[in-house]
Design a protein around this ligand. Structure first.
Ligand SMILES: [Zn+2]
Ligand SMILES: [Zn+2]
Length: 317
């Protein structure tokens, strides 16, 4: 099969021919229809997080079809032990032996993939393969971040990429007021956010029209954390939703005072996935997608790094 392979961190993905994968016990062999591109793929490619298996096929938002025509989604959470204290307390996202798709297990920038059936999701019928793929990480982990942000009415989203463009739709559907923060002067992203129902969009260092009950930081720039904290009402929460972030600059204690909280979100549980996918149709989620051929997977990562598209990128083998 053809695949785009990360041979060494810091180097371009290499279009390669690999042996067809073989499904082991409990695994599905999938013909890949679409695979979303996530910032985590870029962090692995750019050596900002550790690639534990090399060479590796990246891609952890896989829409695939089985031999008998079943369409499933494969997320980042590829396997958990079921025995550790996290698995036994409903926190399999923190499993000490977890294995992740497109990092520890070959992922979906390929014509075929295998996945443990217990971690695959049924997908809503109303969404095409390309439309559904970005839900599988941007949507799922974004949804976990939204849940951990609490149920406050005024929500700020810092960084308006794949995850934010999905989660803003969920939050607006839930009846929240959503403010989008982008790079200063990024009129295209700000216009895109308003089109999706955000009430206000502006620069990340600008004061929002009103204090936030919660903020989710999707971008990987650490300086956004104190900026988001300063925009919070007392008792509010800043949720850091990425797997990697640059160092967070120091800030005065007064900015945290009054029971403000900073927390991170790691990975997903299957329950997060089931909840988001079950509400996707009701919430009318529509993803905005730029597609790339398998041989263009490296270009997709370059365009993500440079911010050259709005919404999500999807590789279509
Ligand atoms: Zn475990
Ligand atoms: Zn991801």
């Amino acid at each position: 099969m053809h695949a785009a392979v990360l041979e060494a961190p810091g180097r371009a993905l290499v279009p390669s021919e690999l042996p067809d994968p073989v499904a082991g016990p409990g695994q599905l062999l999938l013909s890949v229809r679409a695979c979303g591109v996530c910032r985590t793929d870029l962090h692995l490619r750019d050596a900002e997080i550790e690639a534990t298996k090399l060479p590796v096929v990246l891609g952890h938002q896989i829409v695939g079809v089985t031999d008998d025509g079943r369409r499933v989604g494969v997320p980042w959470l590829g396997w958990t032990c079921g025995e550790c204290r996290y698995c036994l307390s409903g926190r399999e996202n923190l499993c000490v032996r977890a294995r992740f798709t497109g990092r520890d297990i070959d992922g979906g920038f390929a014509e075929q993939a295998v996945a443990d059936e217990r971690y695959c999701f049924a997908l809503p019928d109303g969404l095409s393969d390309v439309q559904a793929a970005p839900l599988l990480c941007g949507g799922l982990i974004g949804y976990r971040a939204l849940t951990l942000a609490g149920d406050g009415a005024v929500l700020g989203l810092y960084g308006f990429g794949s995850a934010a463009h999905i989660i803003s739709q969920v939050a607006v559907w839930q009846g929240r007021r959503v403010f989008a923060f982008t790079r200063a002067g990024d009129a295209r992203a700000q216009g895109f956010a308003r089109e999706l129902g955000c009430e206000w969009a502006g620069a990340s260092d600008a004061p929002p029209p009103q204090e936030l009950d919660a903020a989710i930081v999707f971008a990987s720039a650490g300086e956004l954390v104190p900026a988001a904290l300063r925009a919070l009402a007392p008792g509010g929460t800043v949720v850091c939703a990425g797997i990697h972030m640059t160092d967070i600059p120091s800030f005065p204690y007064a900015d945290l005072w009054e029971e403000r909280t900073i927390r991170s979100v790691a990975n997903l549980t299957r329950r997060d996935g089931e909840e988001l996918l079950s509400l996707a149709s009701r919430a009318g989620i529509r993803t905005t997608v730029t597609t790339y051929a398998l041989a263009e997977a490296e270009q997709a990562l370059a365009d993500l790094r440079a911010g050259r598209f709005t919404g999500s990128a999807v590789v279509v083998p």
